[in-house]
Design a protein around this ligand. Structure first.
Ligand SMILES: Nc1ncnc2c1ncn2[C@@H]1O[C@H](COP(=O)(O)OP(=O)(O)OP(=O)(O)O)[C@@H](O)[C@H]1O
Ligand SMILES: [Mg+2]
Length: 339
C-alpha cells in the first residue's frame, strides 16, 4: 500500500441500525445499541452493536441497554462515540493504521449542537477527516439519482425514528423536512390498535413482525393474515389473535398521514418547475420503512405523484455517503456546517 493510502467510508448512523459502506457496498451493519454497566459511578461499555442486541430482554441486573440515537439524533454522546469506534475498527480491521476519511449522515434540519455531536463523535472515534451529509442527499447519491442536473429529484427516507423528504437539484437540497417519527411509530400504532380492539397487550417487537409480514399502507388485493400471542389486558393470561392486512392498514393510517403531510409540505415549498420534474421522474423511496407494502401506491393515490422503491433501499444512504467523499468540492457548500 502506498503511504498515501486512505480509505473512504460512509456511515449511515440510524436510530435502529448503523451501516458502514465504501462506494460500492455496505461492509458492516449492526444494531445501534449498547449495553452498559457501572464502574463506581462511571458508565462502562459491556457490549456494542449486534452483541448488545443479542442481550436484549436478558440483561442481568446492574446492566442497562441503551439506544444511543433517538429519532435520528444522538441522545447519549459518549456511548455513540464508543459504538462508532467499535464499528469503525471492526470495518477497518488490519488497515486501521490508515485511518479513514468518513462521511456520516445526519437528518436534514438538525440543530448545530446535534450536528457538532455527530461530527466530534466520529473524529474522536478515529476518523482522520469527517464530513456530514443530510441523509436524503446521501440516499439520492446511493440510489444513482442524477443529483447534479438542474431538474428536480425527490427522495423520501423512511427510517425507524425519522422520516425525511427532500427535493434535490444541482447537488444541493432545494427544500426538505424531517418528521421525527418513523417505523417505530407504526409499531406503536399497531400496539395501540390491538389493545383497543382486542384488549390484548403486545410488545413492539411483535408489532414490528406483524407490520413486516402482513402490513401494508393501502388495502391489498390479496389479504394476508397472521396469528400472534398477546397478553389479556384484564386476566393477564396469554391469548392468541389473528390479525389481517386490512386491520394493519387501518392501524397505521394516522402515522402515515403525518408522513404524507411532510412530503406534501416539501413539494409545496419547491418551485413549480421542479415539482413537474418530480411528477415525471417519480419519488424515490428509501429506508426500511419504504419496504411497507403499497407505500408507492399510497403516495400516488394521496399525493398524485408516482413513487418507486430504489434498489437496496436500506443501503442507499451509507453507500451514497461514501460516494459523496469523491465529490466533496462540488457538494461542499451544500453540506451541513459544523460550528
Ligand atoms: N418489510 C418491511 N415493512 C415495513 N417496515 C419495515 C420493513 N423492513 C424494515 N422496516 C422498518 O424500517 C425501519 C428501519 O429502517 P432503517 O434501517 O432505514 O432505520 P434507521 O436508519 O435505523 O433509522 P433512522 O433513519 O430513522 O434513524 C424499522 O422501523 C423497520 O420496522
Ligand atoms: Mg436511517
Amino acid at each position: 500500500m502506498s503511504p498515501f493510502f486512505t480509505r473512504d467510508l460512509g456511515i449511515d448512523l440510524g436510530t435502529e441500525r448503523t451501516r458502514i459502506a465504501d462506494a460500492q457496498q455496505v461492509l458492516l451493519e449492526e444494531a445501534t445499541l449498547a449495553v452498559i454497566g457501572w464502574d463506581e459511578d462511571r458508565p462502562k461499555l459491556v457490549a456494542s452493536g449486534d452483541e448488545a442486541a443479542a442481550m436484549l430482554g436478558r440483561v442481568p441486573e446492574g446492566l442497562e441497554v441503551i439506544r444511543p440515537l433517538q429519532n435520528g439524533v444522538i441522545a447519549y454522546y459518549e456511548i455513540t462515540e464508543s459504538l462508532l469506534r467499535y464499528l469503525l475498527r471492526k470495518t477497518a480491521g488490519a488497515s486501521w493504521l490508515f485511518r479513514p476519511r468518513v462521511m456520516i449522515t445526519v437528518p436534514h434540519g438538525v440543530t448545530s449542537v446535534e450536528r457538532r455531536a455527530v461530527y466530534e463523535a466520529v473524529l474522536r472515534a478515529g476518523a482522520r477527516e469527517a464530513y456530514l451529509i443530510q441523509t436524503p442527499l446521501a440516499a439520492a447519491i446511493g440510489a444513482d439519482l442524477p443529483i447534479g442536473s438542474p431538474a428536480g429529484n425527490m427522495v423520501v427516507t423512511m427510517g425507524a425514528g425519522a422520516t425525511q423528504a427532500a427535493v434535490i437539484a444541482l447537488y444541493g437540497i432545494v427544500s426538505a423536512d424531517t418528521l421525527r417519527k418513523g417505523g417505530l411509530a407504526l409499531d406503536e400504532a399497531i400496539v395501540a390498535y390491538v389493545r383497543k380492539k382486542y384488549g390484548l397487550i403486545i410488545g413492539q417487537p411483535t408489532a414490528e413482525r406483524v407490520k413486516k409480514e402482513i402490513g401494508a399502507a393501502v388495502p391489498l388485493d390479496e389479504e394476508l393474515s397472521m396469528e400472534i400471542q398477546g397478553q389479556d389486558q384484564v386476566s393477564g393470561l396469554p391469548r392468541p389473535v389473528t390479525l389481517t392486512t386490512s386491520e394493519i392498514v387501518e392501524a397505521v393510517y394516522e402515522p402515515l398521514q403525518e408522513v404524507l403531510e411532510t412530503i406534501r409540505r416539501v413539494m409545496e415549498q419547491s418551485p413549480p418547475e421542479l415539482v413537474s420534474d418530480i411528477i415525471d421522474r417519480g419519488v424515490a423511496l428509501t429506508g426500511g420503512g419504504a419496504l411497507l407494502r403499497g407505500m408507492d401506491r399510497l403516495l400516488t393515490k394521496e399525493l398524485g405523484v408516482p413513487a418507486y422503491l430504489v434498489d437496496r433501499p436500506l443501503h442507499a444512504a451509507a453507500v451514497g455517503a461514501a460516494r459523496a467523499l469523491a465529490i466533496v468540492p462540488r457538494l461542499k457548500r451544500h453540506l451541513p456546517r459544523v460550528g
